[in-house]
Ligand binder design. Structure first.
Ligand code: C5P
Length: 276
């Protein structure tokens, strides 16, 4: 049995620079990962099986469209043969929520497949498969703090953020990515600032915040609620939303912040975790 964690991804900053001919957008982003996420388990079996369990299993069907089975099939086709596998996805994170759920699950599948087939995780074929599965899958495969350019697949690792406490909050509204990009106003507000990772995070923006609020106005309330927490040093929406995060310097302030959010907004999903 292989147990492969699929840590949640955050975009600490996400600058949209331009719309491309192929319909994607040219980005500059700072990816980070947290200590919690979905969990994938795999065991050799008589035939391929895939099931989804866990608190957020309800929004998904384990059909051929799922990024996990697409990752399994793409690996078997383009990298190396796999034995029949019984795969269980424990879906602990909200879906369509800007924290990479499906992409992290696909990346976990690729990591597990690489282990099973004795392929090194920095094999270029693995990165190519990841990029074909989705813009965030290469970053999730890397699983480390990194600057991302292009669609998000052009990565450069940076250090310096591990251990910072963070609260993630989602108002239980699923927000699909494509319509959010579709509402971006086409204005280039400039590149990521220079400096170390923390300066880039704090001085950066999320250019998808305004378009995402057009689709789910409650995201504005989430950011306002996080902004009011004592000790929050960086509050922002991740990806195309609706999950927003607050980074703290002090773990006690982080715990108190999560407690305050749960008390005031019992219908919202709230996770106290840390950057890795
Ligand atoms: O790459 P992925 O399939 O995850 O992207 C989902 C959608 O998000 C794309 O179809 C596209 O509409 C939008 N997108 C974009 N520019 C990016 C990444 C995603 O426009 N860099």
């Amino acid at each position: 049995m292989i147990v492969e964690p699929a840590p949640a991804k955050l975009n600490l900053a996400l600058h949209v620079r331009r719309r491309r001919e192929d319909g994607y957008h040219e980005l500059e982003t700072l990816f980070a990962f947290v200590a919690d996420g979905d969990v994938l388990s795999l065991a050799e079996a008589e035939c391929d099986r895939f099931e989804i369990v866990g608190p957020f299993a309800g929004g998904l069907t384990p059909d051929g469209d799922n990024l996990v089975t697409r990752a399994r099939d793409a690996f078997a086709r383009d990298v190396a043969a796999l034995p029949p596998l019984a795969i269980t996805l424990d879906k602990r994170l909200p879906v369509a929520s800007g924290i990479g759920g499906g992409s992290a699950d696909a990346a976990a599948m690729l990591r597990a497949a690489a282990r099973l087939a004795d392929v090194v995780t920095d094999d270029p074929r693995l990165m190519a498969v990841a990029a074909a599965l989705g813009s965030d899958v290469p970053a999730c495969l890397l699983g480390r703090t990194a600057f991302g350019a292009g669609r998000g697949e052009d990565l450069r690792v940076v250090e310096g953020l591990a251990g910072r406490p963070v609260v993630l909050v989602n108002p239980n509204v699923a927000v699909p990515t494509a319509p959010v990009f579709g509402r971006w106003d086409g204005v280039d507000r400039g590149p990521l600032p220079g400096g170390d990772a923390w300066s880039v995070a704090t001085l950066g923006r999320n250019d998808l915040f305004v378009p995402a609020k057009l689709i789910a106005p409650v995201i504005g309330e989430v950011v306002d609620a996080l902004d009011r927490l004592d000790g929050a040093v960086l509050v922002r929406m991740s990806g195309s939303g609706a999950t927003c995060f607050a980074v703290f310097n002090d773990p006690d302030a982080c715990r108190a912040g999560a407690y305050a959010i749960r008390a005031a907004y019992p219908a919202w999903w709230c996770l106290e975790t840390a950057l890795v």
